[in-house]
Design a protein around this ligand. Structure first.
Ligand code: BGC
Length: 305
């Protein structure tokens, strides 16, 4: 099992519909072939399991929701793609993983059991973007979850990402579980943040626009310097790296700049032997226009050309 170039299927299973609105599977029937024929070898499937559990009954995952996700996993696997399945937007656990351990563990216990025996092209990612939590507690929670998953999935690859939303800075404190040869460290890269998130209301940057990224020597050197922090961590722990999210929001950022930036980050990763997973397929940061369904060629060229 080896994966190198992938795409996030963002804004689907991690979206929590308003109370009373049934969750519908918005994954397009054509995604499977399209993603495969573009040349990606993996997808990351963000899932908000925590919004689909019965907390009064052992945090049991809602059966129809689980089936929907599993069918999607099955279809991607059937195309020969690797699938990174995560726990996304479990905000309480991302803020305080130890206090929310029971629910997090119950989710992983169920996923471990139900995906036991699956192809090794299914990869688990324990928790998307832990935020402000205590790094030692996070490391401890990762070790416990890994041990729990190992009962049913002894060799499945497991991704872990550090605090501060798995930014480069998280490598200061991330310590992998000891004695497990199937851990991969993941990080997210959105620097410079005012460029990649200009206009992003969820980052309170609605008012920021017109920030350019020109691909100057200085800008490229900054990206490479950042990536070298991840490489130093890999050197220390001997654990492979995945860049699980990177991308620039298309509301205001110029397509030309987004493509240059994506190419720079992708190239730096490939040269360093880091697998990458672009954020995202066909929403705000996407390589595909959600309205017309056409691909943005500058972006697909930057990533796959
Ligand atoms: C979040 C998305 C967001 C993206 C970029 C992801 O982790 O789930 O909602 O668009 O990061 O900020």
């Amino acid at each position: 099992m080896d994966f190198k170039r992938g795409i996030n299927i963002g804004d689907h299973f991690e979206v929590n519909p308003p109370l009373g609105v049934p969750f519908e599977n918005p994954i397009g029937a054509d995604y499977f072939d399209s993603i495969c024929s573009l040349g990606f070898d993996h997808v990351r499937l963000p899932v908000r399991w925590s919004a689909h559990t019965d907390d009064a009954h052992g945090y049991a995952i809602d059966k129809p929701f689980f089936s929907m996700v599993r069918n999607t996993v099955d279809k991607f696997l059937a195309k020969g793609l690797t699938v990174i399945l995560n726990v996304h937007h479990f905000t309480e656990a991302a803020d305080d993983p130890r206090a929310n351990y029971d629910k997090l563990a119950a989710i992983w216990e169920q996923l471990g059991t139900r995906f036991c025996g699956y192809s090794d092209r299914l990869v688990f990612e324990l928790l998307n973007e832990p935020h402000n939590c205590d790094p030692d507690e996070l490391n401890d929670v990762y070790a416990r979850l890994t041990a729990l998953i190992r009962r049913t999935n002894p060799t499945r690859k497991i991704l872990i990402g550090g605090v501060s939303s798995s930014s480069i800075a998280s490598f200061k404190t991330l310590v992998p579980p000891t004695g497990d040869g199937n851990i991969i460290a993941t990080f997210h890269y959105y620097n410079p943040f005012y460029f990649t998130h200009q206009g992003a209301h969820w980052a309170s940057l609605d008012h920021i626009h017109g920030v350019r990224w020109n691909g100057t020597d200085e800008e490229i050197a900054a990206v490479r310097r950042d990536i070298s922090v991840a490489l130093a961590w890999r050197e220390r722990f001997g654990i492979p790296l995945n860049l699980g999210e990177f991308g620039a929001y298309g509301k205001y950022a110029a397509m030309e700049d987004r493509a240059k930036w994506a190419r720079t980050v992708r190239t730096a990763c490939e040269e360093a032997g880091i697998s990458w997973t672009y954020w995202e397929y066909n929403r705000g940061f996407g390589i595909r226009d959600g309205q017309s369904d056409r691909y943005f060629k500058p972006l697909t060229d930057a990533l796959l050309g």
